[in-house]
Design a protein. Structure first.
Lengths: 249, 458
């Protein structure tokens, strides 16, 4: 559910330098509609990624099996072989490349089907490009990290997953349960842009867009606790996209 | 209305189920009459032949006595019975027997016989038709008495005739009864069929006729009418939605069109272009939001999700929602009070239930002024779990209370606030999916939404 209706006029993809720093990903986009495919490919290339295209399920499966990709973006409805079967076949063959499923269907059941088939994320058409971009970046980073971390660190902010303690510059910060969950997610995805929808889905399990400013309220409360009175700001608002927790460069 | 449907083929009584049933019953009756006749026939015949046999036997004995008397003539006058029999005594070429060798020997019965197969013929040359009894007399002579079995034949004939007449009458009566019965049933069925055709032809308000007798046809008509009412409701809902969609999409589409038109204007500055584009994009998003909500409502109403129901810890869900919404309400100078019983469990879909309560909370946030207190409560009412979201805001006018769950309904007060007008409809659809009821009460002052779920059996 990639609607971001509250963000108003400034929600478009910024034309300037990519908000996601560095990290060039090799991405395969399997999409049969040429306009959509071009829209996605151009956008991702502007972000500095390398993008290959396939316009049907069989070619997509072949390319994904032969080449090494960091992220697959797969349309659910494809000629030849549909997106779900494609992912299922890849997973059965042992390919664990993170896959993002694009779909025009928004049923709860469909989302579950997609995730059960082995997709790592799920995006409903039509979506804002910033949403796709943020999610692809998050998937691209998820792949290599296998080590179990117990303390998350961004600059002088630390979060201890075992004792559930948060401190910045050595000073303890008291967080409420929801604030802690929000911060943990932001820290796990630090240096990335996370969108409102990603926060709603991952932190609160909302697979819909509430009308009120749930995300904004919680972000501003968290910001008041971790940024106010400390040095440089860590929690940034990325205009038109979402939020980003990152160390000052 | 198509003219052809006015001339419904007249129902053929002979082909009706009731008539066929009557015919089958008539056949069964005939078979049982035949069986009964057969059994009676056998019984009557054997009992009558036994009677004839014993009559023949006593005749033979009387003959024997008469013969004995004739030999010892003068031993008293013969009894009138003997005289009557003697007149029928046929002694053809019989010699007077010699003196009895053993006078004190008694007569020896030789048992009954029939004439058939014994070379016996009566005056008409018929071989059968007689039942006889033979005696060997003490003096060595034989006496045989015969009785005609004609009465048996007559009786049997009468029996078969009576049975046939009875069967024929039964057949005619049951056919006639079946005809009348099926004509009656056909009439009732025909009424139903005619009504159905009228409805198919577009007279949607027509209902099945009822006679008020409470018979099976009335019950059927009642059920059918309920079904038709339900269908009309759904149809009415659909009509409302179509109108709603048309109206509610027209507004953002019009705005979108205006913005795009303005963008075509070459003189627009860069900044203003950006503003128009941004505005156009949010109009599109608003349209998409309406579509998503509509699709979701129809998906929820289809009910297929029910297959994936699991035990949901409602206390946990509500507790989390309270934690999420407390800051949101506080940010708008409102208060949230949460009253939760522990261990509230229901069968359901966690995501949809979350959305249901979010929609109710959102409704409270959007339609109340600052300073309002919102109460989220989840109580165990023994058998039902009652969740309510209430506020002490301006409330909802009584005449609008039933309308708030309708699609695209916006109260006059809320028309200005942003939204799709579908939030409460979705909430109602989710509640219905969970076999629960949602209602809106007066919180004096304010609004109180109450959802009652059946508790999960553990």
């Amino acid at each position: 559910m990639a609607r971001t209706e509250n963000e108003g006029p400034c929600r478009r993809r910024p034309a300037g330098p990519p908000p996601t720093l560095g990290l060039r990903l090799k991405i395969l986009v399997v999409e049969d509609d040429p306009d959509t495919a071009q829209f996605i490919a151009n956008g991702l290339r502007e972000q500095g990624h390398v993008v290959d295209l396939a316009n049907n399920g069989r070619d997509g499966l072949l390319q994904a099996s032969v080449d090494e990709y960091d992220v697959l973006v797969i349309d659910r409805m494809l000629p030849g072989l549909d997106g779900l079967s494609l992912i299922r076949t890849l997973r059965a063959a042992g390919t664990l490349t993170p896959a993002m499923l694009l779909t025009a269907m928004s049923n709860v059941g469909d989302r579950v089907d997609g995730l059960e088939a082995g997709a790592d994320d799920y995006l409903i058409k039509p979506f804002a490009f910033s949403e796709l971009n943020a999610r692809v970046s998050a998937l691209g980073r998820r792949a290599p990290t296998a080590a179990v971390e117990t303390i998350l660190t961004v600059a002088d902010l630390t979060l201890d997953l075992l004792s559930r303690r948060v401190a910045r510059a050595g000073r303890q910060i008291e967080l409420q349960a929801q604030e802690y969950k929000l911060l943990e997610y932001l820290m796990r995805n630090s240096e990335r842009v996370v969108t409102r929808t990603m926060l709603l889905e991952s932190v609160w399990g909302f697979h819909f867009d509430p009308r009120t400013s749930v995300v904004e309220t919680h972000i501003s409360r968290l910001r008041a606790k971790i940024d106010r009175g400390f040095g440089p700001e860590l929690l940034h608002t990325v205009r038109g996209s979402g939020y980003s927790l990152r160390a000052p460069s | 209305m198509v003219q052809a449907t006015r001339f419904v083929r007249p129902p053929n009584v002979l082909r009706s189920a009731a008539f066929r049933l009557a015919a089958v019953y008539a056949l069964i009756f005939c078979i049982s009459v035949a069986a009964l006749t057969f059994v009676a026939y056998e019984r009557v015949r054997s009992s009558m032949s036994r009677q004839l046999q014993s009559a023949a036997q006593s005749d033979a004995e009387i003959f024997a006595r008469a013969l004995a008397r004739r030999r010892t003539a003068g031993a008293g006058a013969p009894s009138p019975q003997e005289q009557a029999l003697q007149s029928r005594l046929i002694v053809r070429g019989a010699r007077e027997p010699a003196a009895a060798s053993a006078t004190d020997r008694s007569n020896e019965p030789l048992g009954p016989f029939t004439t058939a197969g014994n070379g016996f013929r009566d005056e008409e040359g018929s071989e059968s038709g007689w039942i006889g009894f033979g005696l060997r007399l003490a003096d060595g002579r034989y006496v045989a008495a015969l009785r005609s079995n004609e009465p048996i034949g007559d009786a049997m004939e009468a029996l078969v005739e009576a049975a046939t007449i009875a069967a024929l009458i039964a057949l005619v009566l049951s056919m006639a009864g079946g005809y009348v019965l099926s004509a009656f049933y056909l009439k009732r069925v025909d009424e139903v069929e005619r009504t159905a055709r009228a409805i198919i032809d577009g007279d949607l308000a027509r209902r099945m006729p009822q006679r008020g007798t409470g018979d099976e046809f009335d019950r059927l008509a009642t059920s059918l009418n309920r079904m038709l009412d339900r269908n009309s409701e759904l149809l009415e809902g659909l009509r409302q939605v179509s109108t709603g969609v048309a109206h509610d999409l027209r507004t953002p589409l019009t705005r979108l069109r205006h913005r795009l038109e303005r963008l075509l204007d070459q003189d627009l500055g860069q900044q203003q272009q950006q503003r128009e584009l941004g505005g156009a994009l949010s109009e599109v998003d608003h349209i998409l939001a309406i579509f998503t909500a509509l699709l979701q409502i129809s998906q929820v109403e289809a009910g297929a999700i029910r297959a994936g129901f699991r035990l949901v810890d409602l206390t946990g869900v509500l507790k989390q929602l309270a934690e999420i919404y407390q800051p949101v309400l506080e940010a708008g100078d409102r208060r949230l009070i949460t009253v939760l019983d522990p261990g509230l469990n229901i069968q359901g879909d966690r995501e949809l239930l979350t959305q249901l309560f979010v929609n109710l909370l959102e409704n409270a946030v959007t339609h109340t002024p600052a300073g309002t207190t919102v109460v989220l409560s989840g109580r165990d009412r023994g058998g039902t779990v009652e969740v309510s979201v209430s506020d002490d805001g301006p409330g909802i006018a009584p005449r609008e209370r039933d309308l708030v769950f309708r699609r695209f309904f916006r109260s006059d007060l809320s028309r200005a606030t942003p939204g799709t007008g579908l939030g409460l409809s979705l909430a109602a659809a989710i509640a219905e999916l969970h076999s629960s009821t949602i209602r809106l009460d007066d919180n004096t002052p304010g609004a109180k939404f109450i959802v009652s779920f059946p508790s999960a059996r553990r």
